[in-house]
Design a protein around this ligand. Structure first.
Ligand SMILES: NC(=O)c1ccc[n+]([C@@H]2O[C@H](COP(=O)([O-])OP(=O)(O)OC[C@H]3O[C@@H](n4cnc5c(N)ncnc54)[C@H](O)[C@@H]3O)[C@@H](O)[C@H]2O)c1
Length: 336
């Protein structure tokens, strides 16, 4: 296990790379810690959680809502949790978002940490301190920016991860490569999902590289005033689709990235749209979808990245170089 600490804003976050769930004991006191997880994770790994206070939620994005927050807070009160307790989110991005948000508002903030159990949560959702919940079709409408005390990475937990969730994680990995790391993009082109799944060292390196890439962006812009917005590549259309159609987060942003690549081609003479769609497809991700414009445009118009009558779209100049471009809602209406 390798440990690195980062000072993000006023907080220090301890990252444990290539670690093991059994090391959680060293990071949190059993008696004063609650593990928040979901039924799928508990089914696969519950045996390793003996002796920990555990709250097990129903799995899925549909539960990343206020009703779940209320129920978890009720259970924390029943368990006697006070300001000295720690909440650990052990799960995918839904669980880490819920845990980070609940720990930030319960008693005006208690200590929290993450044990991410999906590729997506390892490389993205657990990093950066942005945690929130959905309101109807609007993704992450309510939330906080507050850093976890620790992130414990154990890639062996991914052994139980279904294929669709691997694909979802690769969407964020490809996003990182497209916006920031042309070398990683080439590596992904010569690798494959099957290669990373069976090669533990390659997987750990991939996770660490992506973790550090996102962390560097967050370090330069914790509150998303500039650089951090680049991480929204593919998310503007992706979020508008995700909660209206039966798509995983990764599938939705994959479609969003393919759309943003075409927009980049038209507006910035980006020449590698086909290279990006080919890579997404190589990792089993969709690049097109049939959807109703009338359903998508009103959600886009409420996007958090909206500024006046324009939406700040993230476009590519080339692989590894993303930029922010305001695009008017009128123009989007014509382009979609
Ligand atoms: N806060 C952020 O910066 C940030 C960034 C990216 C995504 N997100 C959020 O993350 C969420 C998506 O994350 P996700 O794809 O991890 O979703 P998720 O938490 O719903 O997990 C996906 C599925 O995999 C199951 N699962 C998780 N770990 C497993 C394991 N080890 N074995 C078997 N099954 C397992 C879950 O039960 C669920 O069914 C979205 O809500 C998105 O908004 C947040």
């Amino acid at each position: 296990m390798e440990q690195k600490s980062f000072k993000i804003g006023s907080a220090t976050v301890d990252y444990y790379f290539d670690g093991s769930l059994s090391q959680l004991r060293e990071l949190a006191e059993k008696k004063t810690t609650v593990l928040l997880t979901d039924e799928h994770v508990f089914e696969a790994h519950g045996k390793k959680l003996k002796g920990w206070n555990t709250i097990v939620l129903k799995p899925g994005e549909a539960y990343k809502v206020q009703a779940t927050v209320d129920s978890v807070i009720g259970q924390l009160i029943e368990l006697g949790a006070d300001r000295g307790w720690t909440l650990v989110g052990m799960g995918g991005g839904v669980i880490t978002d819920l845990a980070g948000y609940i720990a930030s508002v319960f008693l005006r903030g208690i200590r929290f940490g993450f044990v991410p159990t999906t590729l997506l949560a390892l490389v993205d959702a657990s990093i950066g301190g942005k945690n929130g919940i959905d309101v109807g079709v609007y993704k992450n409408m309510i939330g906080t920016i507050r850093q976890p005390a620790f992130i414990l990475q154990d890639t062996s937990l991914l052994r139980s991860l279904p294929d669709a969730e691997w694909r979802s994680g690769f969407a964020e990995v490809i996003k990182h490569a497209a916006i920031k790391d042309a070398q990683l993009f080439r590596e992904l082109e010569s690798g494959s999902a099957a290669f990373y799944k069976r090669n533990k060292t390659a997987l750990s390196e991939l996770v660490q590289r992506n973790t550090l890439l996102k962390t560097r962006i967050v370090l330069s812009d914790e509150t998303e005033q500039g650089e951090r917005r680049l991480l929204n590549f593919g998310h503007t259309l992706g979020h508008a689709l995700e909660n209206q159609y039966e798509l995983t987060h990764g599938e939705a942003i994959s479609i969003g990235m393919a759309f943003a690549a075409k927009l980049s081609q038209e507006r910035l003479r980006f020449k590698e749209a086909e290279r990006l769609t080919a890579l997404l497809e190589k990792y089993g991700l969709p690049t097109e979808a049939v959807y109703k414009k009338e359903k998508v445009i009103p959600v886009l118009a409420r996007d958090k990245k909206k500024a006046g009558a324009s939406v700040n779209f993230i476009l590519l100049q080339r692989i590894g170089k993303a930029v922010i471009e305001p695009i008017s809602l009128r123009e989007l209406n014509e382009l979609i």
